[in-house]
Design a protein around this ligand. Sequence first.
Ligand code: CTP
Length: 400
Amino acid sequence: MEKRVLLIVSGGIAAVKSPQLIRGLKDKGIASRCILTRGGARFVTPLALAALSGQKVYEDLFSLNDDNEMGHIELSRSADLIVVAPATAHILARMATGLADDLASTALLATDKPVMVVPAMNVRMWQHPATQLNIETLRARGVIVVGPEQGEMACGEFGFGRLSEPEDIIRAIEDFYSPASLPLGGKRALVTSGPTLEAIDPVRYIANRSSGKQGHAIAAALAELGAETTLVSGPVNEPDPVGVAVIHVQSARDMLKACENVLPTDIAVCAAAVSDWRSAEQAPSKMKKNGSAPPALELALNPDILATLSAASNKRPTLVIGFAAETNDLIAHASKKRSAKGCDWIIANDVSPASGTFGGDDNTVHLISADGVEDWPKMSKLAVARKLAERIAHSLDQQQ
Ligand code: CTP
C-alpha cells in the first residue's frame, strides 16, 4: 500500500526545510503532495516542492481549471495523514478556531484524516497563552504535535520554537504508519466514557453530569501510544477521538454488551459514569399526568461493567482500571471499591461540587494499586490521560 502524506507548508523561515522533508519521506517510501500557503511561498517556491514531490503543488482555493485538479475536499481525503510543517502560530490559531479562509485551512477543516502539526515560530509567540491554548485545543482533538525544539532561532532569540529536524518529523510520520514501534504497539485497549442514559419512557431518562472528557482523553492517549483502541461511550458533546474506534451507546446494559463484544483486550479503562440504577419498567409511551398523583419510580440495579470485566474468566484484560468518583473519604472509599470490583488499579477522583471535576478541564487524582496510593498533582484531564497511558505502557512492559 502506498503511504501518502498531504504536506501543508505554511509561512515562516523554517519552510526552507520542506524540500529536505519531502526528499527524506520519499527515501522511506512515503509520497507527499503539497499545499503551499501564501506565506510559505515567500520562503520556498512551488516549483521546488513540485520537482521533489513529483506532484502538482496546490496553492489556490479557487483554481480548479482542469479536470485533473483536486478540490479542497478531495485533497484533504487523498492522503492517510495531513502534516502541517512548518505550522505557524497563525495556522494553529485558524485550526483551533475552525477558520477556512484559504486552501490550507479549508482542507484542514474538511478532512476526516489524522493531522500532525510541527510548530515553528518565535519563542514568545510559542509561549503566548493564546498559542498554548490553541495547541491544547488541537491536542484534545487528537492532533499529533511534534516539537517544537529548543535552540537558536533565525530571529536571534533562544528558546522553544525551532522546527523539529526533518529526520525527527520523518520518524514521527513513520511511527504513525507503524505503531508497533510505539510503547503500546500491538496492544488492544477498551475504554468506557460518558454517562449512560436510562429511559423511563420515550422522552424521559435518568442520567448524570459526566462530560466524557476524561474517558475520551484516555482513549486518545492510549491510541497515541499505539494501542488499537475502542471507546464505548454514552451520549456526550465530545467529538470522537481521532484514531479510535467509537461505539456509541445509551444505557448501561448496552454499554456492557458492547464492551463484552470488544474483548479480548490487554487493557480496559472504565471511566464511564455508569448509571447505577435504571427504571424497573420502561413505559412504551409518554407517561401522562392525567391529574393523578405522581407515579412512584421503581428502580432496578444496572450491571456493573467494571466488576464484570474484572471477573471475565477467560477474557479478562491483563490490566483493568476503574475510576472512583467520590465526594468524601476519597481514598478509603476508592480502596474499598478496588477490592470489591476486582480491578487492578483505581483512579480516585474527588467529584465534590467544590472540586469542579465534573464538566471541568482539570482533575486531581490518586492512583491506587496493590502497591499503595500515589498522589498525582492537579493537572488537566489531558495530562492525566497521558500520564495514565504511560503508566499503563510501563506496567505491561514490566509484566512481559
Ligand atoms: N462502574 C461500572 N458499572 C457500573 C457502575 C460503575 O463499570 N454499573 C465503574 C465506573 O466506570 C468506575 C467504577 O465502576 O470505573 C466506580 O464507579 P463509581 O460511580 O465511583 O462507583 P459505583 O460503583 O457507582 O459506587 P457508588 O455509587 O456506591 O459510589
